[in-house]
Design a binder for this molecule. Structure first.
Ligand code: PBG
Length: 334
């Protein structure tokens, strides 16, 4: 046997057995970190699977309420609602967004009536309601989203959501000045306790594809892929993302979000360093789909990769994680 190396430090001492490894374990995921995104469709249509997202369904309101109860039972504390609007209710202005009887508001009312220990988030953006699939109203020549007109609509939309009882509105539109406008409108209407989770660093990402299929915003836009680069961030830009997020904080956001999550861990780290607010990260539809696709082929272990992907997002500094894996992970943790 060769003589041992004279090493002052042997890092492997801290990895020798399961008990030691448990004691030096640094970051842990908890069910209460998770926010489950849920798709809701109208009427009594049965649960409709989303093709590229195994295990994800568009649910009618009673099924949504049942799903919410199951999530609460396994310790998830947040749900984020996304309505699937029938094409006949879409128009270029997204008027359905301001209908007090619209699907998402009826869903909120049904959920709130259950008094579940859940924090309800709703998306503030016009893409579920517009025929073109953009997050706002277009300019007269149709070449771009009109920032200020859109912000005015979003502020009114946020007030309706607050009145329906949502805990946090989550503007995902990336218009300039929308956080300040929404905060002002909420306060003027007396909704001082309704929070704002700002999608602050939302990148123009190709990872949203399966979501657009789920809510039908891609079909609305036709075959051309939806180009949101005049409002969503360039995936190359860290500083620009921070500048935008700092504006959201200054305008009154209660929490800031990075989206997507896994490919943008550096953005989460950087935002965590710069704000004292909770940081959320959205593990988006494409991140979910790619793990499932590889697992279906037997190329990756779904559960282990799922857990590792979420742990990495938490380790980077996210306090809240929006993930389509929420229920499965919370169950596994229970
Ligand atoms: C749109 C919105 C999108 C997502 C959440 N809100 C898509 C988009 O910007 O086109 C994507 C979520 C996901 O991919 O899981 N307001």
């Amino acid at each position: 046997m060769s003589s041992p190396l004279k090493l002052a430090r042997r890092p492997r001492r801290l990895r020798r057995n399961a008990a030691i490894r448990e004691m030096v374990h640094e970051v842990r995921l908890a069910a209460s970190d998770l926010i489950a995104p849920l798709f809701v469709h109208d009427g009594d249509a049965p649960a409709a699977p989303v093709g590229s997202m195994p295990g994800v369904f568009r649910l009618n309101i009673p099924d949504l309420v049942a799903e919410a109860r199951q999530l609460a039972d396994v310790g998830v504390r947040g749900i984020a609602l996304f309505p699937v609007t029938p094409p006949k209710l879409k128009d270029p202005l997204g008027r359905e967004a301001l209908n007090p009887e619209c699907l998402v508001l009826r869903a909120v009312a049904a959920l709130k009536a259950e008094r579940l220990p859940l924090v309800v988030f709703t998306d503030i953006a016009l893409d579920p309601y517009t025929t073109h699939g953009h997050d706002g109203v277009l300019t007269a020549d149709g070449s771009d989203v009109d920032n200020d007109v859109t912000v005015d609509v979003l502020a009114r939309m946020a007030v309706l959501h607050a009145a329906a009882g949502v805990d946090f509105v989550a503007p995902s539109d990336m218009m300039d000045g929308r956080i300040g406008a929404i905060r002002g409108a909420l306060d003027d209407a007396g909704h001082v306790h309704t929070g704002i989770l700002a999608y602050s660093a939302k990148f123009a990402s190709a990872y949203y594809g399966p979501f657009r299929e789920a809510v039908g915003s891609k079909a609305a836009a036709g075959t051309a892929s939806l180009d949101k680069r005049t409002y969503q961030l360039n995936p190359a830009n860290v500083r620009e993302a921070m500048a935008d997020a700092m504006l959201d904080e200054a305008e009154g956001a209660d929490a800031l979000m990075v989206k997507p999550a896994g490919p943008y861990l550096d953005i989460i780290v950087e935002l965590r360093r710069r704000t004292l607010l909770p940081v959320a990260a959205y593990q988006v539809s494409g991140e979910y789909a790619q793990l499932h696709a590889a697992a279906e082929r037997g190329w990756l272990d779904l559960e282990r990769c799922r857990d590792e992907s979420l742990l990495a997002i938490k380790r980077a500094g996210a306090d809240w994680i929006l993930t389509y894996f929420a229920k499965d992970v919370a169950r596994a943790l229970a």
